[in-house]
Structures are given as structure tokens and as C-alpha cells.
Design a protein around this ligand. Structure first.
Ligand code: SAH
Length: 254
């Protein structure tokens, strides 16, 4: 079975955004909002200075569900429990001592970890001082958002937004982007049944010579492989094949 887009993407359920000792409650709310817009929801707060707080709720603006579900932890260890990979964002540019990724490469790294079945934490530091060296050393990778070297530090929630967006591009909003399709992606077995049906029908309408099939089915598989067929679409295609088979049968009987 070919590797599907889904298994090679970021899985929102196995990605947590961890804010370490945020001091401004407004940033916590804004981070929740930034995550929700990108289909992410697992927010962890390590010893927030001033939380819960009305300012956080106000800035969450409709993402209060993400905020309400936020896990408040007293230590970083607690926030990292169960994670197989930890990445730490840093406003300071590339540091030779530690592997550093840009956000897009970070999303690819997260996707790779998810493909292997792991769970990932992405750490964000304090507004005033970022993450400590000890905290950064807990991270397999640092993540730096390319920015003005003379003014490199983004607002905490803005940094969360950029990372959330990259995660979404890498598949984190799979569920959300499916909205609008009234149907699920077809299962591989359904697609396989469709190919068998297609082959039979092509023989019956004299398009495919079973004694000299050439590369036809391979090329058709490759064609359909470039799209992600939905169950309804497979059903439509099979309906068309059945209609063609009926017409071919009638023609033979004439
Ligand atoms: N003065 C702090 C800046 C903290 S900004 C410092 O020098 O580290 C708060 C948090 O936002 C950072 O800890 C980091 O998690 C995130 N952040 C801000 N700008 C960033 C950037 N350019 N790249 C990656 N993360 C950034």
C-alpha cells in the first residue's frame, strides 16, 4: 500500500505547544487563538505567572475551548511526559552548537516523528528571557524563525502563529481541511476494488486486450494515484463502469 499523505503529515493529536512560564495572560489567550485557527488544540502551560485570567479569555476570542482544555503543569518534566521528541523555539539566530531548524523544516521533522509513532512537544520561552540553556538542552532541535538579526524577537503569540501555520501546512489541519467534502477519503481496499472493476469493464468494452495489456492498468493506477479519491467519487466511477458494461452487453446481444 502506498504511503498516504496523512501518514506523512503532522498529526495534530500528537503535537503539543508548551509555553514555559508565560508572564502575560494576553499572550496565552492569543496563543490559544493562533493554534485554533490552524486546527491545533493541545496547549500546555508551565507555571504561568498570572493564569487563569480575564485577559487570557478575552484574547482567546472564540478559542476558549482550547484555553479551557490547556494543561497547566508545575514543571517542564510534567509537560513533556509521553513525548518522544522535544523542539525548542529560540529568538536567537542559528547557533552552531545545536542543530537548528527553520519552521518548515521543523514541521517536516515533526511529521517524521509522527510517522514513526512518536509524540512531539514544541517549547516556547518566556517573553522577557526566552528558554533557559538547560531547557534548550532538553530539546533535540532548536527552531528559529528567520527574522531581522537586529530585532529578531517576535511576540510570543506571533511565534506560536507561525509555527502553528507551518504545522498546518504539513498536515496538522487535515480534519479541518476535509470540511466541505461530504465524504471520507476512499480506503485502499475500495480503490483496489475500483481498479479491478475498471479492468473488467475495459475488457468488456474492448478497450483493453487481456492478451496484450501493455502498461494500461499501470498508467491508470498512476493517474488515479495522483488524486485522493473520496468514497463518493469511487462510487460514481464504479456506477459509470457498470453503465458502460450494461451498454456493451446490450450491444453484444443485438
Ligand atoms: N528575549 C527573549 C525573547 C523571547 S520572545 C530571547 O532573547 O530569547 C518569547 C518566545 O517567543 C521565545 O522564547 C520563543 O519561544 C519565541 N520566539 C520569538 N521570536 C522567535 C524567533 N525569531 N524564532 C523562534 N522563536 C521565537
Amino acid at each position: 500500500m502506498p504511503v498516504s499523505d496523512e501518514s506523512s503529515g503532522v498529526d495534530a493529536r500528537r503535537l503539543r505547544f508548551v509555553l514555559v512560564e508565560p508572564s502575560h495572560p494576553g499572550n496565552i489567550g492569543a496563543a490559544a487563538r493562533a493554534m485554533k485557527t490552524m486546527g491545533l488544540s493541545r496547549l500546555y502551560l508551565v507555571s504561568p505567572e498570572n493564569y487563569p485570567n480575564a485577559e487570557a479569555t478575552a484574547r482567546a476570542s472564540g478559542a476558549d475551548d482550547v484555553l479551557a482544555a490547556a494543561q497547566v503543569c508545575s514543571t517542564l518534566d510534567e509537560a513533556l511526559a509521553g513525548c518522544s521528541m522535544v523542539l525548542g523555539t529560540s529568538a536567537r539566530p542559528r547557533n552552531l552548537e545545536w542543530p537548528t531548524l527553520e519552521p518548515r523544516a521543523c514541521a517536516a521533522q515533526v511529521a517524521e516523528e509522527h510517522a514513526g509513532g512518536g509524540e512531539v512537544a514544541l517549547l516556547f520561552g518566556r517573553e522577557r528571557s526566552g528558554l533557559t540553556n538547560a531547557e534548550l538542552e532538553r530539546c533535540q532541535f532548536r527552531v528559529h524563525i528567520p527574522s531581522n538579526p537586529e530585532y529578531s524577537s517576535l511576540n510570543l503569540a506571533a511565534a506560536v502563529q507561525i509555527l502553528a501555520y507551518e504545522m498546518a501546512l504539513a498536515g496538522g489541519v487535515q480534519e479541518r481541511s476535509d470540511v466541505g467534502f461530504e465524504d471520507d477519503p476512499a480506503e485502499q481496499v475500495e480503490v483496489e476494488r475500483f481498479f479491478e472493476h475498471l479492468q473488467r469493464a475495459l475488457v468488456e468494452i474492448d478497450f483493453l486486450d487481456p492478451d496484450n495489456p501493455r502498461q494500461l492498468m499501470r498508467r491508470l493506477r498512476r493517474l488515479f494515484g495522483r488524486t485522493r479519491l473520496l468514497t463518493t467519487e469511487v462510487n460514481i466511477l464504479r456506477g459509470i463502469l457498470s453503465a458502460a458494461q450494461r451498454q456493451a452487453k446490450l450491444a453484444r446481444e443485438r
